[in-house]
Design a protein around this ligand. Structure first.
Ligand code: NAD
Length: 454
């Protein structure tokens, strides 16, 4: 399988994709090892995971270069991601034992009642490329600490990073028969679906997630799906600082080239401040440095996947045909690499794909709204339910809206943010189940109820 550098289209290297026999033999190895790993005390499993964190920190410069070369993520953002993902280790260190230890519910009387939390077994982690550290750690580190064996399939656009995870986990003391990595496209993902594993944890698009759900359902094993979004941001007219709101909104929309599941994908601004907001927003976007992702000062690099250029062009064309105004960008510049100029559209409506379909790129529509009711109706007008944000000074007013929205995460005066202390979950077409927080620890175990009579 070729690994392509999206900044110039050059082949970085070729790596062998796993065959069906190799996938099967890796799963068999994990089947043999899982019980042994589960018998290791949780403190020791955690210690190995923390050692992995140290090895990642020691090698951060090299790891960031690998990530940037295979995904096009600007180098500084690769460093930020790797450093930021460490908060999962901090969370596990503080919480894993607390949520995995056996609980005594009734300790008096003739019958004692306990809950033991047992690992699921051998679980699959089929993952995405846009934040491989964050979304990978959310699953494979938490699963390993809970005593599962993990078969990890990195995205075909982040395979080198996936192989580094395996190397460093093994080096940190996670046994080779508790963690494995399989390389390849969706075909190799299908091989995992064809196997009888004890849990499936997927991060990726709605289309793939929905398909995976149909394949896993008859197995009757736990399944979690972390899928896409069309995340709205509403800027109220009482916002404290319009310019700062515009800067923050733009960052939420364009960080990692808009290739974040929780990127701001559509913006609604109250009429009284609309023009000024748009002016500051466009000014900010025009100042973004676009270019070589290996340059630490670059903010916008290439898209990771070439076909996405056409998806974005189509969204721009569709919007312009239906009356949108192009304030900036709207095209792929000439030259090598999968670049797309950051794009701002105004006078947009919900008849346009850019306000309805996940863009997953550096493109945003900003729509004028009269009041909170109108904003709420538009924010709700989506099959997705990942995050929603409101900017404004009146907390009660903002919360009144956020409470009504069927989303897994609600932001007031912030956006495009994930924390290990609270659950990460999507509703509707954005997913099923939670990672992170205590829920994300318990996601990788099954309870066993003990009724104990002396
Ligand atoms: P994708 O669905 O194309 O691929 C995800 C993974 O599924 C890859 O490893 C791929 O090889 C595998 N796959 C593809 N077809 C398969 C099949 N038939 N059987 C089994 N596996 C298969 O998604 P992507 O492009 O890697 O990621 C982008 C999407 O992920 C966006 O929609 C984004 O919003 C979403 N995402 C969501 C979260 C979240 O936490 N909610 C986080 C990151 C990304």
């Amino acid at each position: 399988m070729q690994v392509i550098n999206p900044a110039n289209g050059a082949v970085i290297t070729e790596i062998p994709a796993d065959t069906r026999e190799q996938v099967q033999s890796k799963i068999e190895k994990l089947r043999k090892g899982q019980g042994l790993w589960a018998d290791v005390p949780v403190e020791e499993r955690l210690a190995a995971i923390l050692r992995f964190g140290e090895l990642v920190s020691d090698e951060i410069d090299n790891l960031a270069v690998i990530l940037t070369q295979e995904t096009g993520k600007p180098l500084q953002q690769s460093i930020n991601e790797i450093k930021g993902a460490n908060n999962r280790l901090v969370h596990l260190k503080a919480n894993a034992k607390k949520w995995l230890v056996e609980e005594v519910m009734v300790d008096e009387g003739a019958t004692k009642e306990h809950i033991a939390y047992e690992p699921l077994g051998v679980v699959a982690n089929i993952s995405a490329w846009n934040f491989p550290y964050n979304v990978g750690y959310n699953v494979f580190l938490y699963a390993l600490v809970a005593g599962n064996a993990v078969i990890y399939k990195p995205s075909e656009f982040a395979s080198l990073t996936g192989l580094k995870f395996r190397e460093l986990l093994w080096k940190a003391g996670i046994p080779a028969n508790a963690f494995e990595c399989v390389i390849g496209t969706g075909e190799v993902g299908q091989m995992l679906l064809d196997a009888d594993l004890d849990g499936y944890f997927f991060t990726g698009s709605y289309a793939t997630g929905r398909y995976i759900a149909t394949q896993v359902a008859p197995k009757l094993v736990p399944m979690q799906l972390e899928l896409g979004g069309k995340d709205p941001l509403y800027v109220m007219d009482d916002v404290a600082d319009i310019k700062q709101a515009a800067i923050n909104a733009a960052e939420g929309a364009f960080y990692n080239n808009g290739q974040s599941c929780c990127a701001v994908e559509r913006i609604y601004v109250q009429a009284g401040i609309y023009d000024q907001f748009v002016e500051y927003f466009v000014e900010e976007v025009k100042a973004y440095k676009i270019g070589d992702p290996m340059d630490k000062t670059t903010f916008i690099g290439p898209l990771t996947r070439k076909p996405q250029q056409q998806v974005l062009l189509d969204q721009v064309q569709d919007a312009l045909l239906k009356g949108a105004e192009l304030k900036h960008g709207g095209f792929s510049p000439e030259g090598p690499g999968y670049y797309f100029t950051p794009t701002v559209l105004t006078s947009v409506t919900h008849d346009m794909d850019v306000m309805k379909e996940e863009s997953f790129g550096p493109i945003i529509g900003i729509q004028k709204v009269g009041n909170d009711d109108e904003a709420l109706n538009l924010m709700m007008d989506t099959p997705y339910g990942l995050t929603a944000a409101v900017f404004g000074t009146d907390k009660d007013r903002a919360l009144a809206l956020l409470k009504q929205l069927p989303v897994g995460t609600a932001y007031w005066n912030c956006c495009d943010r994930v924390s290990p202390n609270v659950p990460w979950s999507g509703r509707k077409n954005s997913g099923l189940g939670s990672t992170l927080s205590y829920q994300g620890i318990r996601a990788f175990v099954q309870p066993k109820a003990y009724h104990l009579r002396d």
